[in-house]
Design a protein around this ligand. Sequence first.
Ligand code: MG
Length: 203
Amino acid sequence: MKLICIGRNYTAHIEELENERPKDPVVFIKADSAVLPKEQDFYLPPFSNNVHHEVELLVKITKVGKHIAKEFAHKYYDEVSLGIDFTARDVQDELKSKGLPWEKAKSFDGSAVIGKWVSKSNYNDLNQLSFSLKKNNEVVQSASSELMLWKIDELISYVSQFFTLKKGDIIFSGTPSGVGKVEAGDVLEGFIENESFFKVSVK
Ligand code: MG
């Protein structure tokens, strides 16, 4: 199973990190060992002093596909969820400045929080889903999937040009603005509309 992650998919987030607006989606992969086991606490890794939360909408791939056309992409997922792409921002900044790959900053153990899965049929329009992240009960990130530069179906079509998608693969569709540092003792809870999808304690 692989986690295919999209970077820079929301304009306001591109601006907050002073990144360049990409011509194509920015894509990276987290290893399956990055998944934080259900109900477990997130332990801050010793190699970073600046781990950021990035809340993201997720979809789970249900069958094998390659070169999937955008019009057919919806046939490749049935469920949606919400998760966190934890990012060691200090490590990432250093790697970025040297033009090196991001894995140490993005794919470390526990860096992928995956919430509960629900049927996409629960929602009228996946391109108009509101979602948010609360840190210690205060909203720190809040957005709608409407603001994505590339929507879910476009992302699936795009990434499937490079990687064969397999049953169980998960797409992390990018984070909106409001990313920030987490500290030991923080509690992070993610919501799609008003429903809680995960709750994680930072240690
Ligand atoms: Mg991200």
